[in-house]
Write a protein that binds this ligand. Structure first.
Ligand SMILES: Cc1cc2nc3c(=O)[nH]c(=O)nc-3n(C[C@H](O)[C@H](O)[C@H](O)COP(=O)(O)OP(=O)(O)OC[C@H]3O[C@@H](n4cnc5c(N)ncnc54)[C@H](O)[C@@H]3O)c2cc1C
Length: 361
């Protein structure tokens, strides 16, 4: 009997892989304990960007991923993404210059713009900075909407979705993974793909350093804000329905970090004060606060590839940016046997290889 490919996780990453496999004629079953796009995907800031990348290969991956969003939208139709560009000035002085120089060295389509130009692009800002980095090709997305659309498209092509079962372990025969055990019983698979976000560490050997993050959404306002704003004290954008979506600082390492876990209500109120100071003419009222876990492989880079016989892993931060491309590349590898050179630097086996190198002296 032919068992389906089982994907653990119906976040934006699992949904993208499922759709891309279903498009290639593969039989797919998605399992998720909570719902479609209800994990980090629903609690994300949703900035689609290649603004931060530790290595040239990672920059290339992120930059190609922006293009992959447009290809996905061409196939699925609009998915509530606003291609509004971004103004960034989280750092000032030498750190700002270093970031601008790094983006220029990567060949990113980023321009340093001065105060009058910033005031023109984002006239609602009370305190436009002296300079900012503007990237016109970046956008803001609602990950949950994208995950739902991808899943819907996968189901239309024959994929199946089970919501509720928690995957508790992997089933093996000899050295091959042949399915998963769940709290509702075993599920056989031709292959298992772990796209479980921050939950990947519980099911695999992937070392992770997941980070909490708080995002707030305001009541909808009339459209007034053009680009995504990445200021030193807060980042925010306006979504397609007029809500301001905001978070503290992107890295999750800011001075307010402790209060995400100890006093999220106070942090949310503080964020409202900061946004209000940038946008004094708007009435900023909280509609929803979400607390999420950023899935972060230990070295900060994506972990995508074969982990052992029958077991494939796709775990990463910046999954909102990366998912459309990752889904395509993973499906090409699994369904067509086409090895991805773009993914070569991001194989999860790098962690065990490092350990083996250390142990081997
Ligand atoms: C505060 C915050 C801000 C962020 N900002 C950005 C940003 O601006 N730009 C960007 O690109 N990225 C951003 N990210 C990261 C991005 O949201 C994630 O990388 C992305 O959503 C990961 O998607 P995923 O599908 O891998 O994981 P998830 O969306 O977490 O989905 C994993 C799914 O697996 C399921 N699952 C887990 N374990 C099991 C199990 N044992 N059994 C069954 N089901 C299981 C969960 O229920 C969940 O639905 C942010 C994240 C956070 C939290």
């Amino acid at each position: 009997m032919n068992h389906p490919i089982v994907i653990v996780g119906a976040g934006i990453v699992g949904a993208s892989i499922a759709w891309n496999l279903a498009r290639r004629g593969k039989s797919v079953l998605i399992l998720d304990q909570t719902g479609i796009g209800k994990g980090a995907t629903a609690r994300s800031f949703g900035w689609i960007n290649a603004n931060f990348a530790e290595t040239p290969a990672y920059f290339a991956l992120r930059s190609a991923a922006i293009d992959a969003h447009h290809e996905m939208e061409a196939a699925l139709g609009p998915v509530a993404t606003r291609w509004c560009g971004c103004l960034w000035w989280e750092d000032v002085g030498a750190a700002f210059d270093a970031h601008a120089a790094e983006l220029a060295a990567f060949g990113y389509a980023a321009q340093v713009v001065a105060k009058p130009e910033i005031a023109r692009m984002a006239s609602a800002l009370a305190r436009p900075p002296e300079r900012a980095i503007h990237v016109a090709r970046e956008g803001g997305a609602d990950g949950e909407v994208i995950a739902a659309r991808l899943t819907e498209a996968a189901v239309a092509l024959g994929a199946k979705v089970w919501i509720g079962p928690k995957v508790t372990s992997l089933l093996r025969q000899d050295v091959r993974v042949i399915g998963v055990a769940t709290d509702h019983g075993p599920v056989p698979a031709s292959r298992v793909i772990i796209a479980a976000g921050a939950g990947a560490a519980a099911l695999t050997s992937l070392p992770m350093a997941n980070k909490p993050g708080l995002i707030l959404r305001t009541r909808p306002l009339s459209p007034f804000l053009g680009p995504i704003i990445m200021a030193p004290d807060v980042h925010f954008r306006q979504d397609v329905e007029g809500r301001i979506v905001a978070g503290e600082i992107f890295s999750g390492d800011g001075p307010g970090q402790a209060s995400i876990t100890t006093d999220p209500g106070a942090l949310a109120d503080e964020l409202v004060r900061r946004i209000q100071a940038h946008l004094p003419d708007q009435k900023i009222e909280i509609e929803l606060v979400t607390l999420g876990q950023r899935p972060v492989p230990k070295d900060g880079l994506p972990a995508v590839g074969l982990l052992e016989d029958g077991l494939y892993l796709a775990s990463m931060h910046s999954g909102i940016t990366l998912a459309p491309l990752i889904g395509t590349l993973v499906a090409q590898e699994i369904a067509e046997g086409r090895h991805s050179s773009e993914l070569a630097p991001f194989r999860p086996t790098r962690f065990s290889q490092r350990l083996e190198n250390i142990l081997g002296g």
